[in-house]
Design a protein around this ligand. Sequence first.
Ligand code: SAM
Length: 143
Amino acid sequence: MTHGPFEFDEIGVWSELKLEIVGKYGAAYTNAFKKSDRLKKYYIDGFSGPGAHVSKATGSIVEGSPARALKVSPPFDGYYFIDLNPEKTDYLRSLCGNRSDVHIRTGDCNDILTRNCCRRFNTEITTAPCVSWIHMACISIGK
Ligand SMILES: C[S@@+](CC[C@H](N)C(=O)[O-])C[C@H]1O[C@@H](n2cnc3c(N)ncnc32)[C@H](O)[C@@H]1O
């Protein structure tokens, strides 16, 4: 399915399952820390995509991992979404609106996460528990 200058990726049932897990794991994670006001919780998605896909099974639009993360309750304190493709990050910006807790970067996540991050990003994520969703793997980094 074409949406503006790019086509949404078609995803199989296994990816739809993975996306359900993002929401459930995220909620379990933020719930576990909800009494720890001192600790900040960040959601970092290094391969965020545009925030929407098309289901191979049904042909309908499926919310991507950023959209799932933004619905997690209790919410994370901040969200960092990174994707190589500027058309995808532009689309994601249009989905997220003007939220001060959402930070969207375009580029290689290997560079952005290790070298090009702004000071706030570096300081905050190295002192806070966060969920890092890196493509097919979900890694939890706790401090
Ligand atoms: C499978 S899609 C995104 C899926 C998304 N995390 C979700 O679950 O809805 C993978 C994305 O990774 C992006 N990508 C690939 N290599 C990348 C890299 N080195 N840095 C950042 N983004 C990358 C691609 O542009 C593509 O949009």
